[in-house]
Ligand binder design. Sequence first.
Ligand SMILES: C[S@@+](CC[C@H](N)C(=O)[O-])C[C@H]1O[C@@H](n2cnc3c(N)ncnc32)[C@H](O)[C@@H]1O
Length: 321
Amino acid sequence: MPFFYRQGERGTWSPVTASDDDYLQAVYSDTALMTQLDSSGVPTSSSSEPGLMLTMLDALDAGPGDNVFELGTGTGYNAALLAHRLGADNVASVDVDPDLVRLARGRLAELASHPTLIAGDGADGYPPRAPYSRFIATAALRSVPAALMDQAADSAVIVAPIGLGVIRATVSGQGYAEGRFLPRPALFMPRRVPGKGPDFDRARDQAPETTALPVADVLERWRFPLSLALPGYSSCSWRSDDGEVTGVGLWTEDGSTVSAHTNGHVRQTGPRRLWNTVEALASLFPAGRPAREEFGITITPSNQRVWHGDPRGVSWNLPTG
Ligand SMILES: C[S@@+](CC[C@H](N)C(=O)[O-])C[C@H]1O[C@@H](n2cnc3c(N)ncnc32)[C@H](O)[C@@H]1O
């Protein structure tokens, strides 16, 4: 990682390079570091938190004889680790950004490592090197892309961030897989999809409903199951001058928006009543904060479901396609 970007107090990003005093310390720290910004200054690629990468590689359990596909090349570091373990011929990695792929290829070539690095949409997989016995995604997915299922060998293992967790699923037949979430939280950059922003102005005009939920910590306690029940949701919070949370906002890309305040007032607008999902989760998990590993995923050729407890438990369909 020859450079990364650090966010200053005012939210602006500035580059940190080898000539900066704390560069090495940061590069070797167990934190995610931003490595690319778009033209409006929004991070578009990062070097993932090393501890999380190791947890995911551990779950991947790849060894000699495995053929791995990675979605999200980024810096190329993960691809380098995989190539070191499995041999470069057994690693294919795709990033949507051709510049990142070019840079990663150059860095790995300096180490005389030449895995297959391709620019493209990782959701298409890479058929020329299929079938794969292992899949690892380092960008958040809404569901496991159908093309990856098509390119899976028997008993292939899939490790991928979905919602705010990471699944480890095992393929059990053409188009079928099942598994559970790893205990560790994961916050990966999402594959960006165009969508509507929140409409708090319209929400403000709605008649208030009331809630008895602890609004200030709703997003802490039910944050993970909410990421499964409302895939891709965004959130914000409002605070008083002394820093106390006074309300939270949630929205999804279809424009559905809700604001909920600590006085118990909830205002919703848009095609979906998002707060109803929050209330439903709160009654399912009254003690709050259910563990990630209690949740799992079942993939079939026609749908993908995440569930709580076991595959017959309460479940939510993931958006596919
Ligand atoms: C957290 S970074 C990957 C970190 C990387 N594995 C490493 O070792 O540095 C996520 C990457 O996913 C890429 N990405 C986002 N959407 C993608 C897509 N549809 N297909 C392939 N790559 C994608 C981004 O460009 C970004 O580089």
